[in-house]
Structures are given as C-alpha cells and as structure tokens.
Design a protein around this ligand. Structure first.
Ligand code: 13P
Length: 364
C-alpha cells in the first residue's frame, strides 16, 4: 500500500492554490517572456538586432512597462533568470514594476533538453540538481511560480514509452520541489507540432502523455490545486495536408483534456507552439466556446504568439517603443477575450499577426 507523510501544511496548500487561482482569474493569462539567451538570439537576429544583454533588457522593458491596463489581461509573467534581476532605465527592478500592477512573477527553472540515449532523437529535461535551493532563493526574490518545459515528438516510432515515462517523472519531481518552496509549478509537457500527423494522432498522443503526467504527479504527492498545466493545443502536424477548423481543434483539445486532467487543477495555460498570433487566439477562443463541460480555466501562456508583432514593430529602435507596446497590448487584450470565448476575429487580415511562427524542432 502506498503511504503519504504530510508533504504540505494547510497554510502552504492555501498559498499555492491562491497563487494558481490568481494567475488564471477570469480574462487573465500568462506572458511567457522566459526565452533563454540562445532563444533570444534567434528572435533578435530576425529583426536585425544584436543579442547583447542591454538589447535583451531593453526589449523586456518594452513588455514590462506596458500601460497599466495590461493588468486586466496578464496575471503572470515568466522570466528567464537574467531578466528577473534586471531593471528599467530609471533603476526600478522589473519585478517591482509588474508587482505594482498585481502581476505575479514566474521563473523558468529547467536547464534545457538533453538527449535520451537509445531513443529516436527524443529528449528529457535537466535541472533538478540544486533546484530546491534555487526555488527558495527565487521565492525570496519575489517569484511565485515556475516553469519547466519537457518536449515530446510525434513520429511513427515516437513518443516512446521511455520518453513518456521519463518526462512525466521529471516534471513530477520538479513540481514537488517547487511546492515545498512555496512556488506554483507550471507543468509543461510540450508535444511538438513537427510532422505530418493528423489531428486524431495528436489527440491520441496528448492523451497518453497527459495521463502519464497525472499518474506521476499523483505518485509524487503533488498537490494538484497548487499547479497549472501548460500543454500544447491538439492540432494537426505542421506538414499535415488536411486542414481542420478551429472548432475541430477545440473539440479534440477539450476532449483530450477532459479525459486526462483532474478538475482539481485550477488552470490550463496553453503554449502557442508556432501557431501564428491570430491562429493561436482563434483556437483559444474556440476552445473556450466548446460546448463540452470545462472544469478548469482555459487560457494562454504564449511566448511567440504574444510577442511576434511587438518584436517586429520594435526592430531595435527607441522611437518604436510605443508602437511595439501597442502591438503587445493588442495581442494581450485579444487573448484575454479569447480566454473568455468573447473574441471576434477581425475580417481584415492583419499581415504580421497571420504569419506562421513555426520553428523546426523548437528549443526554448
Ligand atoms: P510559445 O508560445 O512560443 O510556444 O512558447 C511558450 C513557452 O513558454 C514554451 O515553453
């Protein structure tokens, strides 16, 4: 028989649950601004900007200092380590700027993906060493939640049962360590969109991966009310010849989630996974309009789909600060509406917002 010694006090549980609920309160989602230095290199190169610490700081300042009403759309921002300790031009720490707006700070705590030997190119995610100490320090420094990204791939031979089991277990270990330190873990088992598989196959794999994740979280005594899930939406592979409607994507996504994610989880915050800004918003809206019962908040934790237009508008020029902030606010507001199922897609096509943000074999 399995046995659980008390892992968390009622006060610890309440704190974790309150944090989770605050981040996903109605109309709110997450800005994922935790691109590693390497990922920022890719983003900045695309707009002809050098990847220096100062340019990364300046760009993040655009997001952090967006006008006050952003607090109606964004409940949490995920930082990369470097950004958590950076300041705005006037010396105010970014973390103080967002806390003033009642936005909670999150921190990426994984240390990236590494190969799993004996698999067909599959990976696990490292970063457990010293994690408890890092979480304790981040909590002192103002972070209330964390992110850890695991990656799974769909092909004829993947995901293997080894990759599913290993990634589920490492996510559960991470989640347990976070909770011991007052940090809400965002559990992110991302299934990449690479491949020509259809919607059904993505749904099947998503169900297998998520059920393994929730089994592992249960085995590790993780307190589900104090977690958030960050999954992929269920979509066809990037090179799938068949096109599906947002309603079909929504039904497949909500069905997979209903079969695997306990209602105790307060919120599901989707990654955008290379969808265009507009596609990600439309699909999130369709998910929220899906008539199946949905016991959790269903919202966004987008990186590319919240930032692509803002980055393009900025292009490294100080005089573009305002337009870049306007673009960011526009996406934040539209995704907020989509998280309530109230987004009305505009009839005129917005060039930049409909551009694919797909990156092959995406690292973060
Ligand atoms: P995308 O929305 O760009 O997929 O990134 C979200 C994220 O945080 C991936 O870990």
């Amino acid at each position: 028989m399995t046995f659980q010694a008390p892992a968390l006090t009622p006060e610890q549980k309440k704190e974790l649950n309150d944090i989770g609920l605050q981040i996903v309160s109605p109309g709110m989602g997450i800005l994922a601004a935790d691109e590693s230095v390497g990922s920022m290199a890719k983003r900045l190169t695309q707009i002809g900007v050098e990847n220096t610490e100062e340019n990364r700081r300046y760009y993040r300042q655009i997001l952090m200092t967006a006008e006050d009403r952003v607090k109606n759309f964004i409940g949490g921002i995920i930082f990369f380590h470097e950004t958590l300790y950076q300041n705005a031009d006037d010396g105010t720490p970014f973390i103080n700027i967002i806390k003033e707006k009642n936005i909670l700070a999150g921190i990426k705590v994984d240390k990236g993906v590494v190969p799993l030997a004996g698999t067909n190119g599959e990976t696990t995610t490292q970063g457990l060493d010293g994690l408890a100490e890092r979480c304790a320090q981040y909590k002192k420094d103002g972070a209330d939640f964390a992110k850890w990204r695991c990656v799974l791939k769909i092909s004829a031979t993947t995901p293997s049962s080894l990759a599913i089991m290993e990634n589920a277990n490492v996510l559960a270990r991470y989640a347990s360590i976070c909770q011991q330190n007052g940090i809400v873990p965002i559990v992110e088992p991302e299934i990449l969109p690479d491949g020509d598989h259809d919607l059904k196959r993505c749904q099947y794999v998503t169900e297998k991966v998520l059920s393994a994740v929730y089994k592992a979280l249960s085995d590790h005594h993780v307190y589900l009310e104090g977690t958030l899930l960050k999954p992929n939406m269920v979509t066809p592979g990037h090179s799938c010849p068949t096109k599906y409607t947002p309603e079909e994507i929504a039904t497949a996504t909500v069905t997979a989630l209903r079969r695997t994610v306990p209602p105790a989880v307060p919120g599901i915050t989707f990654l955008s996974g290379g969808q265009s800004e507009e596609e990600a918003t439309i699909n999130l809206n369709a998910i929220n309009k899906c008539p199946l019962p949905k016991p959790w908040a269903l919202t966004f934790s987008f990186g590319r789909a919240l930032q692509a237009s803002a980055l393009n508008a900025w292009r490294g020029e100080k005089e573009n600060l305002q337009v870049a902030q306007d673009e960011f606010m526009k996406r934040a507001e539209m995704n907020s509406l989509a998280s309530l199922g109230q987004y009305e897609p505009s009839t005129e096509s917005d060039g930049a917002a409909s551009q694919s943000l797909y990156i092959e074999n995406h690292a973060y």
